[in-house]
Design a protein around this ligand. Structure first.
Ligand SMILES: [Zn+2]
Length: 278
């Protein structure tokens, strides 16, 4: 027999976490938890996830009809329900707008793999859905291609959705992903991003199987282990030299300074001073 009140408390607790982490501004985000095959608890619309009370939580049927709760259910619960319908083992779904992970989809950049061990083991390849207006069934359907092969997806120009056996687990995947994306962005600011070699990633996937986390979908589908290997290449000679002097100065200013960059910038500035002095 499930303890509904306890599950509502867990939803409120994860609500506080996503709000405190900056993953859900104002009333953004929604959390749900399955209580039986066809019944789901979910957060209400227009309420900050940072201040939820168990009494705020709504109960809906798998078709989306609300059957209990004094507040109106979130319209985005349809996205959660699609996941429950597809994967019987999933008991919880967390949707929010973590800034670092969301930034990748806004920039049209696939999140790269083969960089951090934990991400290879827990998440693997992170898909991005097609963009759709949030709330309606078309939006919910954008998750369908990915529910069986992942436990988290980036929603194009919107946020993320993650799912798991418990509310806490579903939240973990979001937290791991956003921390990862933050590290990627910081590393790229320092200069470039270095990868783990494919044989070493294979070792991690062996560990994943040995720990009982499961066979990585990349192995099942014979897919590429490392995606978006272009990410974080840094600024090389070729990308800076073919551009105008202004672009050269900008590229050198935003990337790491090589001796050649420095020489070109000094030359350019000298030329301009000389021209102005004439
Ligand atoms: Zn949203």
């Amino acid at each position: 027999m499930v303890n509904e009140f306890k599950l509502k408390q867990e939803i409120c607790e994860v609500g506080r976490k996503i709000y405190a982490k900056g993953f859900a501004a104002a009333n953004d985000g929604n959390i749900s938890c399955r209580i039986d095959k066809n019944t789901v608890l979910c957060t209400p619309t227009m309420v900050s996830k940072g201040f939820l009370k168990p009494d705020d939580i709504c109960t809906v049927q798998i078709d989306g009809k609300q059957i209990a709760g004094r507040k109106k259910r979130t319209s985005e619960v349809l996205l959660h329900l699609e996941i429950y319908k597809q994967v019987p083992e999933v008991n919880a779904v967390v949707h929010c707008h973590p800034p670092h992970a969301t930034a990748f989809s806004v920039a049209g950049e696939t999140i790269p793999t083969c960089i951090l061990p934990e991400v290879e083991v827990f998440l693997g390849t992170i898909p991005t859905t097609a963009y759709e207006t949030p709330g309606a069934q078309d939006f919910a359907n954008t998750i369908l291609p990915f529910v069986q092969k992942s436990k988290i997806a980036v929603l194009k120009n919107h946020g993320t959705v993650s799912w798991g056996e418990t509310v806490d687990r579903a939240y973990w995947w979001t937290e791991i992903l956003d921390a990862y994306c933050r590290i990627l962005l910081l590393a790229k600011q320092i200069g470039r991003v270095e990868r783990i070699s494919e044989p070493k990633v294979e070792e991690l996937l062996d560990l994943k199987e040995r720990f009982g986390i499961g066979v990585d979908p990349r192995r099942l589908q014979n897919a590429d282990l490392c995606v978006n290997t272009e990410f974080g290449r840094g600024y090389d000679q070729a990308s800076c030299c073919s551009k105008s002097p202004d672009a050269t100065i900008e590229a050198a200013a935003s990337g790491p300074w090589s001796d050649a960059d420095m020489e070109r910038v000094v030359q350019e500035i000298t030329d301009r001073i000389m021209a102005a002095a004439k």
